[in-house]
Write a protein that binds this ligand. Structure first.
Ligand code: ZN
Length: 398
């Protein structure tokens, strides 16, 4: 058996050797990935590279195929245009397969599996850093209707290769916690439901088993920071739809850790997770896994985590004063990820990446949910919170 924690540790430690340095940060675009794919096409023959079709705005969507084994695995990324973490990791994984290291593990995978990758399924969304495609359709609600070329391309490839396993690669925003804890979910996983009753069959259980093995690996690097995504059945979502066809589907959601706004650390976790998961499939290890491991991964929750909490701020309006808390989250739709006031009230049972105690300094202003952090600028400068202002000015975008 080649799948073990020691192998995963080596992947993690030696990650920089495989990192595709031409890709960095959340806002990569189609031209960045297509340049690398064209270069790969010209320079090597290990991957079979196919232009599978064009997006609504005419950007090429590619598949990259490697391996000669009987187990077909499909991995697609970035069907939501603003979710690039796994796309970057896939290019790191290509470098892993093109390297000369880990020959045993690489050969085990390539002899037992055939891997088909579709990186950046929604290049038009990536262009404008938007979840949806050019006409505004959420491709992950288009699995039944197949109304867009991007969805049609994905389904056509699925029908052609008839995979046993599918990895559906996404990002989730940084406000998901692991259950009721203060821990942000670094990554979350799901073997999606295929009916409203959330039934289980062998195929779905195989997906759960692969997730269990990946979870065991990741706990080494980010203990207690792995979550389970909601298993509510969504018939028009691709994962649920493929699971219904008997394809063991693994939803991967790249989450967040502190000080990793560009999600380059989460990218590294993706690299380790996906190679480990594929190797576990190649070695048939999923056939013998305790189902409780999957069921003990806590569901993630989105209610209680903020980028920043300002505690004990005194708001004074007319002759009324109240000591309260503000919870702020970023608006990732803006180029500068502006902080926005999301909640005003008692946040004693909530969590944040950063907390500033305002020590009851008074702000003579009424605030509204949706206000930009800019409304706090003068307050920080004049209220005796100058050192906090300096420390957090960048974070606050002030
Ligand atoms: Zn997504």
């Amino acid at each position: 058996m080649k799948f073990d924690i020691f192998f995963a540790e080596q992947l993690f430690e030696q990650y920089e050797n495989y990192k595709e340095t031409k890709l960095y940060g959340r806002r990569i675009k189609h031209k960045d990935v297509s340049a690398i794919i064209c270069e790969m096409k010209n320079n090597q023959s290990l991957f079979e590279i196919t232009e599978e079709g064009l997006s609504v705005e005419g950007r090429a969507i590619y598949s990259l195929k490697i391996g000669t084994g009987n187990t077909n695995i499909i991995l697609w990324s970035q069907m939501h245009g603003d979710e690039s973490t796994a796309t970057r990791a896939l290019f790191d994984i290509y470098k892993f397969f093109l390297s000369e290291n880990f020959a045993d593990e690489r050969n085990t995978i390539l002899e037992n599996c055939t891997l088909t990758f579709i990186p950046m399924l929604n290049p038009d969304g990536a262009e404008r850093f938007d979840r949806r495609n050019a006409p505004g359709i959420d491709l992950n609600r288009d699995a039944l209707k197949l109304s867009c070329p991007e969805s049609q391309i994905l389904m056509r490839i699925v029908e052609r290769i008839k995979p046993q396993f599918a990895f559906n690669l996404h990002d989730q925003d940084p406000y998901y916690t692991v259950g009721d804890t203060a821990s942000p979910a670094a990554m979350s996983f799901l073997s999606p439901s295929f009916d409203f009753e959330k039934s289980e069959d062998t195929s779905r259980r195989n997906g759960m088993a692969v997730i269990s093995l990946i979870n065991n690996v990741l706990q080494e690097f980010v203990p207690n920071k792995i979550g389970r995504y909601s298993d509510a059945f969504l018939p028009s979502a691709f994962g649920d739809c493929l699971q219904r066809k008997g394809i063991s589907t693994i939803l991967v959601e790249s989450g967040s850790v502190h000080y990793d706004l560009e999600k380059e650390f989460i990218r590294r976790l993706n690299f380790v997770s996906l190679i480990s998961g594929i190797l576990a499939i190649a070695e048939n290890l999923y056939l013998n896994v305790n189902q409780n491991i999957y069921k003990n991964i806590p569901f993630n929750k989105k209610d209680n985590l903020f980028d920043l909490i300002l505690k004990n701020i005194t708001l004074s309006v007319n002759n009324f004063s109240v000591v309260t808390d503000l919870g702020l989250r970023r608006n990732f739709g803006t180029e500068t990820d502006d902080l926005i006031i999301q909640r005003i009230g008692d946040l004693n049972t909530d969590y944040a990446y950063e907390v500033i105690d305002c020590k009851q300094h008074i702000l003579k202003k009424s605030l509204r949910v949706g206000d930009s952090a800019l409304v706090l600028k003068d307050y920080f400068k004049t209220s005796g919170l100058a050192s906090e202002f300096v420390q957090y000015a960048g974070l606050l975008g002030l």
